[in-house]
Design a protein around this ligand. Structure first.
Ligand SMILES: [Fe+2]
Length: 385
């Protein structure tokens, strides 16, 4: 099988790489960058530090800090308005997945016009648009290296998946020092999102030898280091390892795919505002248990790589240990059920058929080793509650 691999042309990786952003912009020929961030990073002065670095290099910039946790079409449209009004020639996104995903959509509309929903999967995105430097502050969504963005339709509430090479950032700046102040819950949730990316990229029907190597390396590191970063937020070694692994997992799934966990996770986020990494965590053990029979060898390899099974374990025994370990890791990281999260039971039950339809429509479940029917998806949602 021949595959085409796409990654950003420039990856600046390592502690202190944040200070290279202005030089990168100049290399890309930019003079008027538009910074996309969120209110929290505005308050923490990180956005101001970025703006100062850019202005000190002789460029002018504007900060757009209205991004929200689940980026909506409304926010994207406001961003496009400010981008055009300010005559900007580039974007710098700073934050978790939300500011980066928002910047991707702003860039796409600035170059192609129309509305976000015009480009929903499987519709193509014709033009790339202005330069975009992505700076993640979590480890992480991997959005800085992926060809995807997820935007919620403000009218229908649907979480729309958009995919295409045009969404790939021009450069990613991956500096683990930006993650040192992440609170424990965010560290746990974004880290589990990364673990899910690595596992899903590896078991996906679109897996390939290139994505496999990165996925295995990432899942090994994330499984080992995530509890340390949650317990010891200032552990530089663990933070650095997690940051690199999250980016590797991002490259892996961008060049393979995610699968059923992500397909089912998006509707949970859209309807109940469960943070993305947390809804992935809720789903990962149950979806793994559902899927293993169709890719026993692959899941067993995950188990051995993560160190939850030994080389001499048979495949069925290794996957049993994988499923058990995923459940116990959730307990350790205090992952709630939807009910414990505060979701109203009646509303949840009522929405299950809709969520199943939306999960299937995203295309991700079709990449799962065991392709589910709507009824099977509904059953997993019910079991989860
Ligand atoms: Fe994700």
């Amino acid at each position: 099988m021949a595959v085409e691999i796409r990654i950003p042309p420039v990856l600046q990786i390592g502690g202190g790489s944040f200070s290279t952003v202005a030089a990168l912009l100049l290399r890309l020929g930019c003079t008027r960058p538009f910074i996309v961030t969120d209110p929290f990073l505005m308050k923490s002065h990180l956005a101001a530090r970025l703006a100062t670095q850019i202005r000190d290099a002789g460029m002018s910039c504007e900060i757009f800090h209205e991004t929200v946790a689940d980026p909506t079409t409304t926010v994207v449209e406001a961003g496009v308005g400010s981008f055009k009004h300010g005559g900007h020639d580039s974007l710098v996104s700073l934050g978790g997945g939300s500011p980066i995903d928002t910047a991707k959509a702003i860039r796409m509309l600035a170059a192609n016009g129309g509305e976000v929903r015009d480009y929903k999967v499987p519709r193509p995105i014709p033009a790339g648009g202005p330069a975009h430097i992505a700076i993640p502050t979590t480890a992480g969504t991997g959005s800085e290296v992926t060809r995807f963005t997820v935007i919620t339709d403000a009218e229908t509430g649907e979480k729309m998946l958009l995919a295409g090479d045009a969404l790939l950032p021009s450069a990613a700046v991956v500096d683990y020092e930006l993650t040192l102040t992440m609170p424990a819950r965010l560290t746990a949730d974004t880290g589990t999102d990364s673990l899910t990316h690595a596992i899903e990229a590896f078991v996906s029907r679109r897996a390939n030898p290139f994505s496999d190597g990165l996925a295995l390396s990432a899942m090994k590191t994330i499984w080992r280091e995530l509890p340390t970063t949650v317990r010891e937020p200032g552990n530089l070694r663990a933070r650095e390892a997690m940051m690199l692994a999250a980016t590797q997992a991002g490259i892996a799934f961008s060049n393979s795919s995610v699968a059923l966990v992500h397909g089912m996770s998006r509707p949970l986020g859209a309807h109940f505002h469960i943070p993305h990494g947390l809804s992935n965590a809720m789903l990962l053990p149950a979806v793994t248990a559902f899927s293993v029979e169709a890719a026993l060898g692959r899941y067993a390899e995950c188990a051995r790589t993560m160190g939850v099974a030994q080389a001499y374990d048979t495949d069925p025994s290794a996957v049993d240990q994988l499923i058990r370990s995923l459940y116990s890791r959730n307990a350790e990281l205090q992952v709630p059920s939807p009910k414990q999260f505060g979701v109203a039971e009646e509303r949840y039950i009522e929405l299950i058929p809709t969520m199943a339809v939306q999960a299937l429509a995203s295309g991700s479940p079709q990449n799962n080793p065991r392709i589910p029917t709507a009824t099977e998806i509904e059953k997993i949602y019910r079991q989860l509650f």
